[in-house]
Design a protein around this ligand. Structure first.
Ligand code: DAH
Length: 337
């Protein structure tokens, strides 16, 4: 091999070897191998003696530039290495790290997600509907006749004589049944609005989840079974519960479900207002009038429905005593979930 090829080969070799040197030891090994007094660059310089005198000036130039190039690459690498590994004495490594702000899901979203995933695992689909509703879907089709006193229980924001902000997610049941023939098995989560005085216990907007199951031969015991498995999945299998008859225009018979107060275990406390029980949802068998309003054959089909307030469940669950905290977006509150 002539000198020129040797020089080229050595430069290549040095470049590869330097790229691989990432530790203090390998950098020192590199220096010894290429740049030290008996390194390969010096050895090439020694070979100058063996070549024809007229070639020496050219080869000498090449050798000098080889040495300069390897040296400068090596110096650069050392500089970088020192920069990367230098610990500034003014940094106190014993200080605790700065924690980063990690976003979380809003507690209402978390609670809704959990409720949804329980019902989805039981085979329910998820549906939604408009927040601006008409009187027909919000009331009439749900068996609230005009001027019925039950309408008073839902303080409504009217947008016009016929349009309103939905006061519950139950109208989505009507919309789903208008679009689909049985069997229907869906839950319907969403925002609802009530024109109530704002206080620690009520707010003008909140969230509900409605549920609906319609098919031939759906029974009240299936309603009970479904509600009980939901309650046990959500609150744990040792929770006690009771069904109490109540009235809703759109279900007959209807029930409110109570669970034993998880704060006091049923003895009576501030959370359960001393009676040991917490109301958590309303439910019942779909009223035949509701089936008639969507054109279902009420002789052929039966069904059950239920509805629950997400804020209420989240308030009880996390022991929060003011519903307004959910809407203030105070990071000190939200960070706790
Ligand atoms: N819509 C009711 C409310 O806002 C809750 C409800 C109760 C929904 C019973 C239902 C049900 O679907 O069957 O108070």
């Amino acid at each position: 091999m002539d000198m020129k090829s040797k020089i080229d080969a050595l430069l290549k070799e040095a470049e590869t070897s330097l790229a691989q040197a990432t530790s203090r030891e390998s950098l020192e090994a590199f220096r010894i191998r290429f740049l030290a007094r008996k390194g390969s660059v010096a050895t090439l310089f020694d070979e100058m003696k063996t070549i024809a005198p007229e070639e020496r000036p050219t080869v000498g130039k090449l050798l000098n530039s080889l040495r300069a190039q390897i040296q400068s690459s090596f110096d650069g690498k050392i500089k970088q290495f020192v920069q990367d590994h230098h610990h500034d004495k003014r940094i106190d490594l014993t200080l605790p790290g700065r924690s980063r702000f990690v976003g979380t899901k809003h507690p209402i979203t978390q609670t809704a997600d959990e409720i949804k995933s329980i019902f989805v695992s039981m085979g329910f689909g998820v549906a939604d509907g408009p927040e601006i509703e008409d009187d027909y879907h919000n009331f009439e089709a749900l068996n609230f006749p005009p001027d019925h006193p039950a309408r008073d229980s839902q303080d409504t924001f009217f947008l016009s004589k016929n349009l309103l902000l939905r006061t519950h997610t139950t109208p989505v049941q009507i919309r789903v049944m208008e679009e689909h023939q049985p069997p229907v098995r869906v839950i319907m989560p969403g925002k609802v609005y009530r024109n109530e005085a704002i206080s620690a216990r009520s707010y003008c907007v909140f969230h509900q989840v409605d549920g609906l199951y319609v098919d031939e031969g759906v029974t009240f015991s299936e309603l009970k079974g479904t509600m009980i498995s939901f309650i046990k999945r959500f609150y744990g299998s040792s929770v006690r519960y009771k069904f109490r008859p109540t009235f809703f225009p759109f279900t007959e018979p209807s029930a409110d479900i109570y669970i034993s107060c998880f704060l006091c275990g049923g003895k009576g406390c501030r959370l359960c207002k001393q009676n040991g029980w917490l109301e958590i949802l309303g439910c019942g068998m779909v009223d035949p009038n509701v089936f008639r309003s969507v054109g279902y054959d009420d002789e052929k089909y039966t069904g059950f429905a239920f509805g629950l307030g997400i804020e209420r469940i989240a308030l009880l669950r996390y022991g929060i005593d003011d519903i307004r905290l959910f809407y203030e977006n105070d990071i000190r509150f939200l960070n706790q979930f």
